[in-house]
Design a binder for this molecule. Structure first.
Ligand SMILES: NC(=O)c1ccc[n+]([C@@H]2O[C@H](COP(=O)([O-])OP(=O)(O)OC[C@H]3O[C@@H](n4cnc5c(N)ncnc54)[C@H](O)[C@@H]3O)[C@@H](O)[C@H]2O)c1
Length: 484
């Protein structure tokens, strides 16, 4: 099939950047990204894009109005397209069967039904959202049950591996592109059509084709392996704190083994927020895998992956407990500055951010939080902290939380500063000035291991971090209480 027009259903963190890169690399294609949300589409058509990604704005400006369009006219874009990417959200189900674990496929289903309802000619439908194995089969069944005469669908799996914060770079230089499809001649033809798009900029040997189920499972497997590494090093961090070992030194030693490698071995306050790589999907994708294993009657395998989640929950809870214990076992009415709310630096995304859980645990103890993040809007931050899974008293949250315009304002008169996101700007702050403006003893909790701890200790801070016990070298410093 010669492709001329493509459409992407879902203008989010995946759909927007992916289609911008396709439009930029394939100028002969007309790419239309559609969404039900009028606000999101208006933002994509404005100077103020709905998501922050380094390099994205320039690419959008280059292509928008030329061969890249953002629209709420979902039906028209589907009717005109030869190939349709489904990039809708697949959050964890909050109710019903599989609650708290299974992926909610209602947005996928409604997109599939819409495609079947309006299409007047044959289409290639590409499942880019992360889904459980066999979702492509369900999409195919829905569409075939509603098929019009003369129309045919080929459903492909093409999971996305981009990480937020580095999305544009990841899309332009992917480690690999997976395309899963039907072994039939029509299925193979559809695979070749999608492959042709990527071949505009991705080397041939990085484009891997396989059967649909392998492709679907590979995405869940990759995220589960990455999450497992984080949980493994975080489990080690707990041992380090009890023994005097330093988790950064252990990670360095372990990572030098070429069979293990040095990436993704940084301890922190938990995934869904950890240094360097993306993660808003980790929690939901591992839960999705656990649920899949249970449905396949593989309880031992389900339990194995569930432990990866359990260690992550444990790490967040452990970090919040360290804060409470260090502040003399009570944080009630104490001012605590939270530096960073996004789940990682260089994104405004807050989904499953570790900051949400640390804030939750501190608010449960009555702490007054003063939160600063350079990219997260107040409305989004408050909506995260007032969700039913976080609080049953949204008014109390509004009372306890103050959003600050800069980190210095957040730290003024605070008992403690807590680093929750590894934004570069936090490394270069005037900590001497921050220390002076805080109540004493002044505590600093580095949940991302990004600060120079000895310098902070020398200033006079009580510094608590993850995976390492810090000792004050200068005994003449003014504060009497020992660290931890
Ligand atoms: N965010 C990431 O880093 C990332 C990375 C790889 C894979 N993924 C996967 O990609 C998928 C999309 O993730 P995201 O982060 O872009 O989600 P998102 O929530 O940012 O965007 C999804 C968009 O789809 C829209 N939508 C939902 N149903 C629709 C419909 N029927 N018609 C039109 N629009 C509809 C929503 O309004 C929303 O704007 C998920 O399955 C996710 O797991 C995400």
């Amino acid at each position: 099939m010669t492709l001329k027009k493509i459409c992407c259903v879902g203008a989010g963190y995946v759909g927007g950047p992916t289609c911008t890169v396709i439009a930029s690399k394939c100028p002969q294609l007309t790419v239309t990204v559609v969404d039900l949300s009028e606000t999101r589409i208006a933002q994509w058509n404005s100077e103020n894009l709905p998501i922050f990604e380094p390099g994205l704005y320039d690419l959008v400006k280059e292509c928008r109005g030329r061969n890249l369009f953002f629209s709420t006219n979902v039906k028209e874009a589907i009717v005109e397209a030869d190939l349709i990417f489904i990039c809708v959200n697949t959050p964890t189900k909050h109710f019903g069967k599989g609650k708290g674990r299974a992926a909610d496929l209602k947005y996928i289903e409604s997109a599939a039904r819409m495609i079947a309802e309006v299409s007047q000619n044959s289409k290639i439908v590409v499942e880019k959202s992360t889904v459980p194995v066999k979702a492509a089969e369900s999409i195919t069944n829905i569409m075939r049950a509603n098929i019009k005469p003369g129309v045919q669908y080929q459903v492909l799996s093409n999971p996305e591996f981009l990480a937020e914060g580095t999305a544009v770079n990841d899309l332009i230089y992917p480690d690999r592109v997976l395309i899963g499809g039907d072994p039939s001649p029509l299925g193979q033809e559809a695979i070749q059509s999608l492959r042709w798009i990527y071949e505009h900029w991705v080397p041939q040997d990085k484009i891997i084709t396989m059967n649909t189920w392998s492709s679907e499972l590979s995405k869940l497997a990759a995220n589960a392996f990455l999450a497992q590494r984080i949980s493994s090093i975080n489990a080690m961090s707990a041992i380090c704190e009890m023994t005097g070992a330093d988790v950064s030194e252990v990670a360095n030693a372990v990572g030098r083994d070429t069979r293990i490698g040095n990436k993704f071995l940084k301890a922190s306050v938990g995934f869904g927020g950890f240094s360097g790589f993306g993660g808003s999907c980790f929690q939901k994708d591992v839960l999705n895998l656990v649920y899949l294993c249970e449905c396949l009657n593989l309880p031992e395998v389900a339990e194995y992956w569930q432990q990866v989640i359990n260690i992550n929950d444990y790490q967040r809870r452990r970090f919040a407990n360290k804060i409470i214990e260090s502040l003399f076992n009570t944080v009630t009415n104490k001012k605590i500055a939270i530096f960073g709310f996004a789940f990682k630096k260089d994104t405004g995304d807050t989904r499953e951010s570790a900051a949400i859980y640390v804030s939750k645990y501190l608010m449960e103890e009555g702490a007054c939080l003063r939160i600063y993040d350079p990219k997260v809007e107040e409305a989004q931050l408050m909506s995260e902290l007032t969700q039913p899974s976080i609080t049953d008293d949204p008014d109390k949250v509004k009372e306890l939380v103050t959003i600050c315009k800069d980190p210095y304002q957040a730290a003024q008169n605070a008992h403690a500063v807590v680093i929750c996101t590894e934004w570069d700007e936090f490394i270069a702050l005037d900590y001497q000035g921050i220390y002076k403006s805080m109540l004493k003893p002044a505590f600093l909790f580095d949940g991302r291991l990004i600060l120079k701890h000895q310098e902070l200790l020398d200033i006079g801070f009580h510094v608590v971090t993850i995976g390492k016990k810090l000792q004050r070298s200068n005994v003449h410093r003014p504060i009497a209480t020992s660290l931890q």
